[in-house]
Design a protein around this ligand. Structure first.
Ligand SMILES: [Zn+2]
Length: 222
C-alpha cells in the first residue's frame, strides 16, 4: 500500500533540497514524479527553491480552496495521455500551508490512488504553534521523519525564531506580511526560551482544564 510521508523540520533544515533529491532519485530510475506546492508561498511562486541554489518548476500549485485530490487526478491523467506512462510519486513542498482538508486529500491519494505522497514542511510557527497543515500531517501521515538542523549553540534546532530588523519578536501573524524585513533563525528549546523570556505560544493557547471526574481513573496509575 502506498503511504503518506511527512518530512518536517525547522527553517533551514534543507526540506526543499531533500524534496528535489527525492525527485531526482525517482527520475534516475526512469520514474515520473509530480511536484506541487501551495500558492501562498511567494518565495519562488511556481518554483521550488532550495538553499543550495537548485530550482525547479512545480507541476501545479494549490490554492486555499482547491480540491487536491481532483487536481492530482487531472495531472496524472495528463501524464498518462501525453507521455503514455503513469506517475510514481507526488511531492509537496511547503506542506504546512495546506488546509487540513487538503492534507486529508493527500492521504486519499496515497490510499485510493496507490501513489506515495511525500509532504515536506515546517512543523511550528515562530510562536511554537503548529501550522494547520502540519498539525493534520502529524495526525494522519503513515510515516514521520524529522529533517535536522543545528541551533547557533550547537544543539538540534526545533523552533523558528522570527526577527524583524534583526530583533526577535514573539507576537504577530502566523504568516509574515510581505514587505516587512522579517527573517527567521532556527533555535533549540533553550535558546528559544532565553530569547522569548520563557514564553511559549505567547498565550495563544488557553490552559486545558482536565477534570479528573470526567476523565475517570487512569488505569496506569489507579
Ligand atoms: Zn541553542
Amino acid at each position: 500500500m502506498a503511504k503518506l510521508y511527512f518530512r518536517y523540520g525547522a527553517m533551514n533544515s534543507g526540506k526543499s533540497t531533500a524534496l528535489l533529491q527525492a525527485a531526482y532519485n525517482y527520475e534516475e530510475r526512469g520514474q515520473r514524479v509530480i511536484l506541487a506546492k501551495p500558492r501562498i508561498d511567494t518565495k519562488g511562486d511556481q518554483t521550488i527553491v532550495s538553499r543550495l541554489g537548485v530550482t525547479r518548476p512545480v507541476d501545479f500549485t494549490i490554492d486555499l480552496t482547491d480540491d487536491v485530490y481532483t487536481l492530482f487526478q487531472r495531472q496524472r491523467a495528463a501524464v498518462l495521455r501525453d507521455e503514455e506512462r503513469d506517475v510514481s510519486c507526488l511531492l509537496v513542498d511547503e506542506a504546512q500551508f495546506l488546509t487540513p482538508e487538503q492534507v486529508d486529500d493527500l492521504l486519499r491519494i496515497a490510499i485510493r490512488e496507490g501513489i506515495p505522497v511525500l509532504a515536506y514542511g515546517i512543523r511550528t510557527d515562530f510562536q511554537t504553534v503548529a501550522f494547520p497543515g502540519s498539525r493534520r500531517l502529524l495526525e494522519i501521515a503513515h510515516s514521520l521523519e524529522e529533517l535536522k538542523t543545528i541551533c547557533r549553540c550547537g544543539r538540534k534546532a526545533v523552533f523558528n525564531g522570527r526577527t524583524v530588523d534583526g530583533r526577535f519578536v514573539f507576537a504577530g501573524d502566523q504568516v509574515a506580511i510581505d514587505g516587512v524585513d522579517v527573517a527567521y533563525e532556527s533555535l533549540c528549546g533553550a535558546c528559544y526560551l532565553d530569547e522569548s523570556g520563557d514564553t511559549l505560544a505567547s498565550g495563544r493557547r488557553a490552559p486545558v482544564a482536565l477534570d479528573p471526574e470526567t476523565l475517570g481513573p487512569d488505569p496506569d496509575f489507579a
